[in-house]
Design a protein around this ligand. Structure first.
Ligand code: F6R
Length: 369
């Protein structure tokens, strides 16, 4: 049941702090050690890995993109991310020392299943991240890490996505821990930060009223563009996908630095552009670059909707609308910055009179190739 919400999607958005807490529970000890019991790979297997592929479709693919930033940074293992539907139609280079991580909420997505089988034929080890116990993808994988989001009913993925992002962090931290790494202190700090994320997501959810108002205002826009850098880039892609699938509106996500290489010509007077800003306490260059990107689009007439940390005053002069999120280390930011984009898409779709839970032409689980 919808538990008092108008849509399952709104209920599932609201369940995200719990979903994230449930996915972390029992997997992080107080001393910062990680335990992933369901990962049936030995420490030696994990030490032998010299390359990682992360493969998925749709929203799960956006979690895979986040995985690249986190896992490469923490482990120094090279990570390639690929859409499942593309992976097996080329000739990917993989062998016994390759780890293939497949991410699928349903565990039944045919494109992802076929990619998994292709990886196994090449003798790669396969780790599934899935929300569905006993589904086909986890069954056929060498190891499984379940997300504990609970059943997701709305076609558009929300809480499953956030828990997939948590799961890829856990895999990255586990690999870092087993292999011994350069960033040991940082990894311990990340473990602590992860435990605070449910609270931060709740704080974001508590401040969504202005986003709902903004959504009603944007319902008549022709298009909405989303920009981000680093892990903000997959967040931009996710914001755009949600808006396309629910509101049937033209929406595109871009790596902010790519805008000047073409897409900036899409911007007209009043075009809404949503920008997620990385923490000003992280790498200064990353933050500075996004501030210039906001100025660039604003100079072309864009209406800027800026998602930035509390206390980040550098962006304020260029924001037509400001959405504040609590301080979060750069790599973990998608767990908070995605939430307002989900709410925005849901409310714009509702304002346009669409069935948010059952968008046209879409199925919850895509079991055809
Ligand atoms: C979008 C959405 C889809 C799924 C995709 C993969 O909101 O839900 O893009 O993410 O079809 O599904 P799973 O994760 O079940 O393999």
């Amino acid at each position: 049941e919808k538990g008092g919400y108008d849509y399952f999607m709104l209920k599932e958005i609201a369940e995200q702090p719990q979903a994230v807490a449930d996915t972390l529970r029992g997997r992080l000890t107080d001393s910062g050690d990680l335990t992933l019991d369901e990962v049936r790979l030995t420490d030696q297997d994990l030490r032998d890995i010299d390359k990682i592929f992360v493969i998925a479709c749709g929203t799960s693919y956006h979690a895979a993109l986040v995985a690249k930033y986190a896992i490469e940074h923490w482990t120094r293992i090279s990570v390639e991310v690929e859409l499942a539907s593309e992976f097996r139609y080329r000739d990917p280079v993989l062998d016994r020392s390759t780890l293939v991580i497949v991410i699928s909420q349903s565990g039944e997505t045919m494109d992802t299943l076929m990619a998994l089988r292709h990886a196994k034929e090449q003798k790669a080890r396969v780790l599934a991240i899935s929300n569905t116990n006993g589904s086909t993808i986890p069954r056929e994988s060498d190891a499984v890490l379940y997300t504990h989001a609970g059943p997701e009913v709305a076609v558009a993925s929300t809480k499953a996505f956030l828990t997939q992002v948590v799961a890829v962090y856990l895999v990255g931290l586990l690999l870092a821990q087993v292999r011994g790494i350069k960033y040991a202190d940082e990894v311990a700090a990340v473990v602590q930060q992860l435990q605070k994320m449910p609270e931060k997501i709740s704080a974001v959810l508590a401040t969504m009223e202005p986003v709902r108002e903004l959504a009603r205002d944007l319902a008549s826009a022709q298009q909405v563009l989303f920009l981000g850098r680093h892990v903000g880039y997959p967040v931009a892609l996710e914001g755009a996908l949600k808006l396309k699938e629910l509101a049937y509106m033209h929406a595109e996500g871009f790596a902010a630095g790519e805008l000047k290489h073409g897409p900036i010509s899409l911007i007209e007077a009043g075009t809404p552009v949503v920008i997620t800003v990385p923490s000003p306490r992280g790498r200064a260059i990353l933050h500075d670059k996004i501030v210039s990107n906001i100025q660039e689009v604003r100079a072309r007439g864009a209406r800027t909707i800026v998602i930035a940390e509390e206390g980040d005053e550098a962006v304020a002069p260029y924001a037509d609308h400001m959405i504040r999120v609590p301080h979060t280390p750069t790599l973990l930011a998608p767990l908070v910055t995605t939430v307002p984009l989900q709410v925005l898409a849901c409310e714009i779709a509702a304002a346009r009179g669409h069935d948010v839970d059952q968008p046209r032409n879409l199925a919850k689980s895509v079991t055809v190739e």
